[in-house]
Design a protein around this ligand. Structure first.
Ligand code: HEM
Length: 493
């Protein structure tokens, strides 16, 4: 009996050992790197480098050790990272045709479904990007009407700050609402009042997702999505928050459907209805109701968090460097004065302010790790072989702080964008919007927002921290890099 039990037991362990060795060999064979693949740290069987934090400081240390093209593996996903301006340009611009598609990131694709603008690929992405780009031009970017609308939103924001009557307050909620109103006007044709509790809730849910997306626990979902679908954790909060945001988007779409006049499109939703009819025969282009919902989500996400976070950084930098704030105000007084609102035609006459806004974006570095793409065919980069289907990420922080491109990369220095005569000068390594075919679609819109909001606020107020408080310019890394919550006093000038 005892012998039988020992034999049974041995059988069980032998089988277990055999299965383990089999799986280990299969894992090694499946994940082995081809010759001349970019170097990287040793990775664990099955897990790869999941314990390596994907955060800027770690990435820069890896670049120091392995060079400006290095690799990591998360589970079975092969990831290559490139650093520095020259290699970023080589990867995203020179070889840009091979680096256009988005990889399948389960946590992201569970919500965004690989459709719409940001996560789609191929024909669907091309058609959606062209359509949204045309809409942004016709309804917004560069157009006087959009400029006027943004100016109006600047007035609402200034009024909200004036209502604080010189007290200390956290500007986050009103700034996010104001910036979001610009994209909401483009998409839905109207703005939301800063006291609209329902809209505030949508912004709060969205903000929570942006923070949770990059937490290590939420990222576990990317390794075993089928298993984690049934496990509680931050990924479930992300999914439930997006469910609520999507319900809100669908309600707006339903209202539009009721009084849609195809001959008079009022906004993105109306224009998309028209495109659905026009493109009905081209099913691969994917102009469907589901894609409309996700495209709106894309524009809302990309258009709110990025510009609002940059503006929040901007006010923080002005509190940290009051002498720079004074110089911006002096230029505003000289070029615009106090009798009228700033407009885009002022920008060429305000090189110092323009330089400060660019430096604000460089130092804010809100998407330090960039956004991944995947190779559509075997390529070589920096002399290494990158097989088809490898995820490639250009680390934007390494470009915005590249020591061979910037005179004083670690200092807030508007002179980076001024020539010896004080004229504004463009810098090639200025890439907060990324580069290549997949670069930010809203760059012009974002630059207009930043100029109008920033100059309107500094025309009207001086921003200062609570007495005795040291302004902290260390941020927090979520999906974006954002400032810690702070209070400011907006003193009327
Ligand atoms: C300061 C503000 C902004 C910054 C720093 C920023 C930055 C970026 C970056 C780094 C990417 C990823 C590009 C890549 O994959 O290489 C991106 C993509 C994108 N951005 Fe922005 N963005 C900003 C504002 C906006 C605004 C206002 C909109 C609204 C229209 C917008 C719409 C998009 C879209 C639709 C994409 C996806 C493009 C694609 O996949 O083809 N962004 N942005």
């Amino acid at each position: 009996m005892i012998l039988q039990a020992v034999l049974d037991c041995l059988d069980f362990w032998s089988i277990l050992l055999f299965v383990f060795v089999f799986l280990l060999m299969a894992d090694i064979l499946k994940n082995r790197n081809p010759p001349n693949y970019p170097p990287g740290p040793w990775s664990l069987p099955f897990f790869g480098n999941i314990f390596t934090d994907l955060e800027p400081k770690t990435m820069m240390k890896l670049a120091e050790k392995y060079g400006n093209v290095f690799s990591l593996r998360k589970g079975s996903e092969k990831m290559v990272f490139v650093t520095g301006y020259k290699m970023m340009k080589e990867a995203l611009v020179t070889q840009g045709q091979n680096v256009v598609d988005r990889p399948d990131i389960p946590l992201f694709n569970k919500v965004f479904k690989g459709i719409g603008l940001i996560s789609s690929n191929g024909h669907m992405w091309k058609k959606h990007r062209r359509f949204a780009g045309t809409h942004l031009k016709n309804f917004g970017e560069g157009k006087k009407t959009m400029e006027q609308f943004t100016q109006q939103e600047c007035m609402f924001l200034c009024q909200a700050m004036e209502d604080e009557q010189g007290g200390y307050f956290n500007p986050m909620v009103v700034i996010h609402n104001a910036i979001s109103n610009v994209i909401c006007t483009l998409v839905f044709g109207h703005r939301y009042d800063y006291s609209d509790a329902k809209f505030q809730d949508i912004l709060r849910l969205d903000n929570e997702c942006i923070y949770l997306f990059s937490t290590a626990r939420a990222q576990l979902y990317n390794l075993w999505p089928r298993l984690f679908d049934y496990v509680p954790g931050p990924h479930q909060t992300i999914f439930s928050n997006y469910d609520q945001i999507i319900t809100f988007v669908k309600e707006e779409i339903a209202k539009h459907k009721k009084d849609w006049d195809p001959s008079d499109p009022r906004d993105f939703v109306d224009a998309y209805f028209g495109e659905m009819d026009k493109m009905a025969a081209d099913s691969e282009a994917g102009f469907t109701m589901e894609s409309l919902v996700i495209s709106i989500l894309d524009l809302f996400e990309a258009g709110t968090e990025s510009s609002a976070t940059t503006l929040r950084w901007g006010l923080l930098f002005m509190m940290k460097y009051p002498e720079i704030q004074e110089k911006v105000q002096a230029e505003i007084d000289r070029v615009i004065g106090q009798a009228r609102q700033p407009c885009m035609a002022d920008r060429p006459n305000m090189p110092y302010t323009d330089a400060v806004i660019h430096e604000m974006q460089r130092m804010a570095d809100i998407l330090p790790l960039g956004f991944p793409k995947t190779t559509s065919k075997d390529s070589t980069l920096g002399g290494y072989l990158i097989p088809k289907g490898t995820s490639i990420t250009a680390i934007l922080t390494s470009v915005l702080n590249d020591e061979s491109e910037w005179e004083t990369p670690n200092t807030f220095n508007p002179e980076h964008f001024l020539d010896s005569q004080g004229r504004f000068r463009r810098r090639e390594a200025f890439c907060p919007f990324s580069a290549g075919l997949r670069a930010c679609l809203g760059e012009q819109l974002a630059q207009m927002e930043l100029f109008l909001f920033f100059t309107s606020l500094l025309q009207r107020f001086t921003f200062s921290p609570p007495p005795g408080e040291v302004v902290d310019i260390e941020g927090v890394l979520g999906f974006t890099y954002f400032p810690k919550p702070y209070k400011t006093c907006a003193t009327l000038r």
